[in-house]
Design a protein around this ligand. Structure first.
Ligand code: ZN
Length: 281
């Protein structure tokens, strides 16, 4: 179970300290000799050469389309810089030096505003560990949302990142989250979740609940999905459109109970059929 990055805190802090991208880190130094890899709107800087044909990057190339298709958001123009460190030690040493006020996390999305009114630099920092695929999908989802929305409530930001971090074959289902939520105790409470304003208040149960609400809205009820899409549309121009719960309550009689019922019937997607001769026959 991953611990999510406290991204909002990172954003606020980064504005104070204004760290420059691409200076002083091992991955960034290596970027001087190893050409960065461009995949869609993502530019990867790494300590080691990266291959565009790697399945990881081919899948990431489709992530922006997936977000636009699902969420009806426009294509952001911003490039996202991704700094990929070779191992955890190098990553953490860099983060300690550059962002000493940030708690240790496996990956970070940082929006760095150079000056008021300027377009933010969108940066992702992480290392090449076993969770790289989900960590990148998660943080890049934050980056793409940030690129086109004026603001995203913390719980929704994490809920959407939790949905899209899943490989496409999972259709947004996080089996670990689902298992823990079903096992309980879990009492959905969207009003409480929407009141969370500080990253420190987002613990694992809150990440799980945020994921559950997003999955319900995107897959459980077309009317709830319409309410979410309308809300996201408002966020394109209004960073504080108010809570989502009243809008959800207009289309769903008892949202909290509906979510609990929905989680009981969500199906975990079977793994894709194996390829090869046996499957071809
Ligand atoms: Zn996150």
């Amino acid at each position: 179970m991953r611990v999510c990055s406290p991204d909002n805190r990172a954003r606020r802090g980064s504005r104070k300290r204004r760290p420059g991208p691409g200076r002083g880190g091992r991955a960034e130094e290596a970027g001087g000799t190893i050409p960065p890899l461009r995949v869609s709107k993502f530019v990867f800087y790494a300590d080691v050469p990266l291959a565009a044909e790697d399945a990881l990057f081919r899948e990431l190339e489709e992530l922006p389309d997936q977000l636009q298709r699902e969420l009806h958001i426009p294509d952001g123009n911003n490039v996202v810089q991704v700094f990929l460190f070779e191992d955890q030690d190098k990553y953490e040493a860099f983060m300690r030096e550059r962002f000493p006020w940030l708690p240790v996390r496996r990956a970070y999305f940082i929006a760095d505003q150079k000056r008021p009114g300027a377009t933010d630099d969108l940066q992702v920092y992480t290392w090449m560990g076993e969770n790289l695929r989900t960590d990148l999908r998660h943080e890049l989802t934050h980056a793409m949302l940030h690129a086109v929305l004026k603001g995203v409530p913390l719980w929704l930001d994490e809920g959407l990142a939790g949905f899209f971090e899943q490989p496409p074959g999972n259709d947004g289902v996080n089996p670990d989250h689902l298992e823990k939520l079903r096992k309980g105790p879990f009492v959905p409470d969207l009003a409480r979740l929407e009141n969370i304003g500080k990253v420190a208040q987002m613990e694992k149960p809150e990440y799980r609940e945020a994921w559950a609400w997003v999955h319900f809205m995107l897959r459980g009820d077309p009317k709830a999905k319409a309410a979410l899409l309308e809300y996201l549309d408002q966020l394109r121009t209004n960073p504080n459109p108010g809570p989502l719960l009243p809008r959800l309550a207009q289309v769903t009689a008892d949202p909290n109970k509906t979510l609990a019922d929905y989680l009981a019937r969500v199906e975990i997607q079977p793994p894709p059929a194996p390829r090869g001769r046996a499957a071809d026959k």
